[in-house]
Design a protein around this ligand. Structure first.
Ligand code: PHE
Length: 344
């Protein structure tokens, strides 16, 4: 039996040494020290031993068991250490590698232009107002002095959703909505940015969806000269102090008189060039004195109150200001295009 115990010890130590992972080590432990393990097998035969031999073999068996246990423990901690080192190595970070540049986003150019215009007008006491993009025929047309079958409706090809609902073709319905909310009492001083929709074929200067900014100022004794002064301030803020403006007679059903505002051409200083098509002037926006019918329909006394309104397209403003030749750049969102305006 002594021999057998020595053999077991020898075998166990060899197998422990050879174990490559914790699973193997566990198998070895069970094989030698488990309930049905080799040591137990030896101890089962103790009954056949003499009284003198028994304690000797018993002690030897204990010693062998202790040694095997110790060897298992030390191998186990070696394996754990090795596994940890392997993991650390795999997860190590080389802090000397060059970093990857972070792609930073920024506000869209159109958003910046709109914000700039909003900021200018809010410093002049205007409030920002909004309205729905799906609009009723009443607010988009009728309340703006454009009854059904009015020929001027042809100026704005529309996306109708039903007989009475359409995608708004202009931001002017926000005027009508806001005026009504004021229940006949001025002043009303608002700026309304938002998306508008028209049934246009997309090309370099037309888009089925674009943005507009509407301005409205209604109070007692508002005159055309107030409109002109306001537009002049806007034009110089947007395009530079050296620019001049002119108002050219025009027609909108909701303003009377109506005027289109032009700014002097920056390229030729008014001499005439290809950008201004030889005229020396560039058209910027539509405007006029709010038609008495619009005021009355919204519950304002047109004998007491008067006002002006204007509407512009931020895309057009941005195109002129930054020399952008195609309106489609604003919505195709090519980052190479967008990136150029991060700093402006
Ligand atoms: N709503 C007009 C358009 O889209 C612009 C405009 C607004 C004209 C306000 C006059 C007054 O053409």
């Amino acid at each position: 039996m002594k021999e057998r115990l020595k053999e077991i010890k020898q075998e166990a130590l060899e197998q422990i040494e050879a174990a490559v992972d914790e699973k193997k080590l566990q198998d070895v432990k069970v094989y030698f020290l488990g309930k049905k393990g080799q040591i137990t097998e030896v101890l089962k035969g103790m009954g056949k031993l003499s009284k003198e031999e028994r304690p000797v073999i018993g002690q030897l068996a204990n010693e062998v068991r202790d040694e095997i246990t110790e060897a298992l423990e030390s191998k186990k901690s070696k394996l754990e250490q090795a596994a940890l080192e392997k993991q650390l190595k795999a997860e190590s970070v080389d802090v000397t590698l060059p970093g990857r540049p972070v792609q930073k986003g920024g506000p869209h150019l159109l958003r910046k232009v709109i914000r700039d215009i909003e900021d200018l007008f809010t410093t002049m006491g205007y409030e920002v107002a909004e309205g729905p993009e799906v609009e009723t025929d009443f607010y988009n047309f009728e309340s703006l002095n454009l009854p059904k079958n009015h020929p001027a409706r042809d100026m704005q090809d529309s996306f109708f959703i039903s007989e009475d609902l359409l995608m708004r073709t202009q931001t002017s319905p926000v005027q009508a909505r806001t005026l009504r909310q004021h229940e006949g009492r001025g002043p009303v001083k608002i700026i309304c940015p938002g998306k508008v929709y028209r049934r246009d074929t997309d090309d370099a200067t037309h888009s089925h969806q674009f943005t507009q900014i509407e301005g409205l100022y209604v109070d007692e004794k508002i005159r055309m000269s107030d409109l002109k002064g306001t537009l002049n301030t806007f034009a110089k803020h947007m395009f530079g102090e050296e620019r001049n403006i002119r108002l050219r007679p025009s027609f909108f059903p909701f303003t009377e008189p109506s005027a289109e505002m032009d700014i002097s051409c920056k390229i030729c200083q008014g001499e005439g060039c290809s950008v201004c098509k030889g005229s020396g002037w560039i058209e910027i926006l539509g405007s006029g004195m709010v038609h008495p019918n619009v005021l009355e329909m919204a519950g304002f006394d047109s004998n007491k109150y008067s006002g002006f309104a204007f509407g512009m397209g931020p895309e057009r403003i941005a195109m002129l200001k930054y020399g952008i030749e195609d309106i489609r750049h604003f919505y195709t969102n090519d980052v190479r295009f967008l990136k150029q305006f991060h700093g402006v």
